[in-house]
Structure formats: C-alpha cells, structure tokens
Design a protein around this ligand. Structure first.
Ligand SMILES: Cc1ncc(C[n+]2csc(CCOP(=O)(O)OP(=O)(O)O)c2C)c(N)n1
Ligand SMILES: [Mg+2]
Length: 596
C-alpha cells in the first residue's frame, strides 16, 4: 500500500524524536488510526489512549514539562467534540510555556462550510491557544506544517495545532513536492540558541546587586537548569532564594537559605525576605501577584528572562537582562563582589529554620480526622531522591507548595498559570511514561479526582505493565469539599461555606482503586501517615492513597491582612463549620506567634 499522508506525518514525527502521542479516536482521525497501527511495526510513535481528550492534552503538557528541555508533547483528537475537549489542556500548556503539538481531525474538505456534522471552525477555535495553527489542505503541505509546527512550539514554548481533514490524511503522501513554483521544502531540527544580554547591561546589573545590602532572589521555572549558578550568586550576594510555584524543583528545600514558596501559597520567610529587602533579583519568573513583591520604588531590581515579552511586567525593574538564566548568571558572576556582611543572610537562614519548625508543629496539630499538612510533612520524611511530584489545583496545592520539602533530584510541577483543576493525574501518568524507572507521586483533591482523575485510573491499569518500576501513587485528599474555594469564599468574600456549591459526594477512593486493579490504601490518622506513605511507595502496583483530611484546617496565607480578618469574621457569623474553623485557624496562627 502506498504511504498515506497520515503515515508520512507519523514518520516525520519519528524524525523529530516524538516519543508518544496521547489521544482519543474518532472518525475525523480515522486515517491516523490505521497509520498508527502500521507505525507500530516501524518504530511508532505509540498511541497512548487517555479517557478524555482534556487528559490527553494534559498528558502532552506533562510530557513537555518532565521529559527534559526542549522535548515536545503531542496529543491527537478527532474533529468537533474531540477538538473542543483538548482546549483546557492546551491552554494549560500555553500559559505554562510547555511546547505541545496538537493534531486534530476535521471533516472532509468537500463538506466544510455546509453546517456538516461535527463541523467546527477549528482554525478559529485554536487561533488563540496556538502559536501556529494551520489546516493541511493538500498532501504536499504536510511536511512543512509538521516541521514548522514543532519548531515554533519548541522555540516559543507554546502550542502548535495542525488540522487534517480526514480525506487529506488518507490521500497518497507527497514527501518531496515537485520542484515547481509554489512548492516548498522544509527541514527537521531545532537547537535552542544561546541568548545572552549585552556586556554593559550585565555590568549595570552587577553594580546594582553589589550596592544592595539586603538582596532577595526570586526564581521561577526559567531558572531550571541554572541551579548551581543561582546557588553561586546567592552565596556571593548573601541572599536568600524564594521560589515561584513552577520553580519549586529548581532548588532543593534543604538549602538553609531557600525560603520556599511566595504569595498566597507562600511561606513566612519568603514574605519577610521580600518585605525587608532593598534589592531584588528575579530570574525566569512571571509570578503573577505583584502585591507580594516590594512596593514600587522600595527595592532596586534586576530581572533576567529569556523572553522579552515576559520581562518587566510585574515590577519596575532597573535592569532588564534578556537572556538564558544560566548563561546570564555566568556572565554576571565575575562582576559580583562577595558581601562580607552576612547578617542579612543569617537572619534569612534563621527564619527558614524556624519556618520548618512551624510547618512541623502545624502539621502535628489535631484535626478531624487528620490534618492535611501531616500528609505533606510525612511525605517529606520518606520522599525518594528521584521522585517526580505532580499537584492539582486545590487546598492541597498549599501543602504541596509550603510543606513538601523537595530534595536535589526531584522534579515537580502543576498548572502554575492556568491553575486549572484536572492536570495532577494526567501529568503523573505522563511523568511515568517519560521516566518509567522513577517513582511518581500525585497530590490531588477529591473534587479534581472526581472531575477527571478517577477515569484515568483505568488508563493506569491498562499501561502499568509497561513500567518496570511500579511506584505511582495518587494521593487523594478526601475532605468532601471544594476546600480551596470554600476558604476563598470565607477570607476574600466574607461569605460562609455554602454546602450546595461546596460539598462533594463522599466516595471510597481506595476501594475504587482495587476495583480498577490498583492498590488502595486508606489513611485517616496522622500517626499512621508515614507508614501509609512507605507502604504506597513500596507497593507492587500503582496506588490510590486515600487520605481522609479535615476541611476545617485553613490554608492560611503567610500573613492575614486586616481586611481578610474582617471578611473571615463576617463569614463566621453563620458558617456551618464555625466552631472547628475558628479553633483550628487560631491554633495554626498561634504556633507562628509562639515561635517569633
Ligand atoms: C477547571 C476548574 N474549575 C474550577 C476551578 C476553581 N477551583 C479552584 S480550586 C477548587 C477546589 C478544588 O477542590 P478539590 O479538588 O476537592 O481540592 P480541595 O480544595 O478540596 O483540596 C476549585 C473549584 C478551577 N481552578 N479549575
Ligand atoms: Mg476537596
């Protein structure tokens, strides 16, 4: 049989080093399904069937985040409904700057514009989410569309989408178009260029950093790969390092001057460092909440970002260094003078040490039946060095951000910018495919698990034989509540918890896991939590670790403003959980005051 466009596209993806395609079938991609079958005998890429196209897109995004620098995640869906389902996962990739290629089916060319079944204007639908979107109308287009889509997604760290009407995908491939006017010949390949700022700007940045007496560093995911340079600069400047959510795994939490997360999900030492600094060095971050940065004019600021569109957008920085983090810091180091007065750094280290004691004490406070912070704390005690951690969006994101103590070698991510519910489980599955020899741990709320995660346990069952090392743990926080929002209602709106919107149906997740052929472990006691983690991390198959946690333990921001306290008091007038909430909020805060 002659090679079809669909076969050719898969071959081109192989040439690009694409490892697998996450997706879900439909008649818009029928030609690809046959081609995937044939490709299995010639080296793939293999098709991994998710339970929902949104999950498939999250998996592609997870692949891009965990597989290594400049590796693209690929997802595939059918026309109409399949395409629409992909969108949220693709937006997650767009907003977190993860390179993803979406291959989407379309109805036959002749039917387009006729209000045909499953006909959606895909070019328009994907225009906003994509850096590059194009419809393949004739076979000779396929080669350059694949090449450009992947190169653009990698270079711009975003989403590319190619739409294939099914009848084009099943035509005979044209690998090398005729050498005639109107035809083009594209190439495979992408290597990220070195991007370094100008010498005089580096010099200017060094002057500002040398003049600072209290330097704070804030890193984001753009600092990934530059850990040793960040450490060197922090040492020279006598600075502490705070981490935006997506930068959590850039530096280990065991370093004494790493103050941890920042912002609403932040730590006290990060908050105090930013409040007290006179100079700020921001590296590869677009941390959104500018109110957690110094007041304008209060600190001088040097910022490094590889992307000019993402620099100078949160603080009126004095020097904007457009460049790769590692390269730029290496250029900066020879100009930096080691600070001889280490008092600022010492204060930061003391605050960090005292913070970890607060975290430990808060996590051990009684709750009914279990304090969710204990789940994170005990994980930190047994976390394998090579573990990959994913988190969903919810109250457990707080515990992930603040309480989990990452080690050198851990990888970790979540939906940092879209902050969508749903990606925790699919990210973990993609991480396991990308690194089958490493343990993978997912933090997910019961709401998110019910929304999308539960279904994917069937996917885990289907593919777990492919992973030699079976350690894959889905830690489900069963609090029967959309807890993060419940707390936002209380603290931001001053409204009591409204069970009609917030309460979740109870469900036995550990038993469900067994039904899915996985291991189910249930834990509702803080003292049993370490044992539960150890059991989960040594199981002979993937595990759902259901933790029954107390929704009344507040995911407190580092400092409550007067306004927040006022709103909270208002909410408490008629909150159904008023007694427990007041008591537990107060106890959590007391630990902090007793320490400081
Ligand atoms: C797709 C989507 N829908 C709604 C939200 C708003 N939201 C943010 S956190 C949250 C609660 C999540 O509940 P759950 O997964 O049970 O975690 P919990 O906060 O209870 O720990 C909601 C509804 C969102 N971020 N994404
Ligand atoms: Mg919940």
């Amino acid at each position: 049989m002659a090679e079809l466009v669909a076969d050719y596209v898969l071959k081109r993806l192989r040439d690009w080093g694409v490892e697998r395609i996450y997706g879900y079938p439909g008649d818009g991609i029928n030609a690809f399904l046959g081609a995937l079958d044939r490709a299995e005998r010639s080296g793939g890429p293999p098709f991994i069937q998710a339970r929902h196209e949104e999950s498939a897109a999250f998996m592609a995004c997870g692949h891009a985040k965990f597989a290594g620098p400049d590796r693209i995640g690929v997802c595939m869906a059918t026309s109409g409904p399949g395409a629409v389902h992909l969108l949220n996962g693709l937006y997650d990739a767009k907003l977190d700057h993860a390179p993803v290629l979406a291959i989407i089916g379309q109805q036959k060319r002749a039917s387009l514009g006729s209000h045909y079944q499953q006909e959606i204007d895909l070019q328009t639908l994907f225009a906003d989410v994509s850096e590059f979107v194009e419809t393949c109308m004739v076979p000779a287009q396929a080669r350059h569309l694949v090449d450009r889509a992947i190169r653009i997604a990698l270079d711009r760290r975003g989403v590319s989408a190619i739409v294939f009407p099914n009848d084009v995908a099943e035509e005979k491939a044209v690998e090398s178009p005729p050498h005639k006017h109107g035809f083009v010949y594209s190439a495979v390949g992408y290597r990220r260029p070195r991007v370094v700022p100008r010498d005089d700007d580096v010099q200017h940045a060094a002057e500002i950093l040398n003049e600072g007496e209290k330097v704070a560093i804030l890193i984001g995911q753009g600092a990934r790969g530059a850990a040793s340079e960040v450490e060197m600069v922090a040492e020279l400047l006598g600075a502490g390092v705070a981490k935006a959510l997506l930068g959590k795994d850039v530096l280990p939490d065991h370093l004494p001057y790493v103050t941890g997360s920042i912002g609403l999900l932040g730590t006290i030492p990060s908050h105090d460092m930013i409040e007290g600094c006179d100079t700020l060095l921001m590296i590869g971050t677009t941390f959104p909440y500018a109110e957690f940065l110094p007041k304008e004019g209060k600190a001088r600021c040097v910022e490094i970002n590889i992307d000019a569109s993402l620099i100078g957008i949160r603080y009126a920085s004095d020097v904007l260094l457009i460049g790769d983090a590692g390269e730029t810091l290496r250029a900066l180091v020879p100009h930096l003078i080691r600070k001889t007065d280490r008092a600022w750094r010492q204060t930061i280290e003391e605050n960090v040490a005292s913070w970890w004691k607060i975290v430990e004490e808060r996590s051990h406070q009684d709750a009914d039946p279990m304090n969710p912070q204990r789940v994170a704390w005990e994980l930190s005690q047994v976390l394998p060095d090579d573990a990959i951690i994913t988190a969903d969006s919810g109250s457990s994101t707080n515990w992930y951000a603040r309480d989990v103590k990452l080690k050198q070698g851990n990888l970790a991510s979540l939906s940092g910018t879209l902050a969508t519910m749903g990606p925790g489980v699919p990210y973990a599955i993609a991480a396991k495919f990308a690194h089958p020899e490493r343990p993978v741990i997912c933090f997910v709320g019961d709401g998110a698990f019910q929304m999308l995660g539960m279904n994917e346990m069937l996917t885990v069952n289907r593919y777990m034989d492919r992973w030699r090392d079976k350690r894959l743990v889905f830690c489900v926080f069963n609090n029967q509540d959309l807890n993060q929002v419940t707390w936002e209602q209380r603290v931001i709106e001053g409204d009591p918890k409204y069970p009609a919107t917030q309460w979740l149906p109870d469900f036995e997740y550990a038993r469900y896991a067994e039904l899915c052929g996985l291991r189910g472990i249930y834990c509702d006691s803080g003292d049993a939590m370490r044992g539960a983690w150890e059991e989960a991390l040594s199981a002979d198959r993937p595990v759902v670790l259901e933790v029954k946690t107390d929704p009344e333990v507040p995911p407190l921001p580092p400092h409550i403003t007067l306004e927040q306290a006022r709103k909270m008091a208002m909410a408490m007038r008629s909150d159904p959980e008023r007694t427990g909430v007041m008591e537990k909020a107060l106890r959590g805060k007391l630990v902090e005051f007793l320490r400081t």
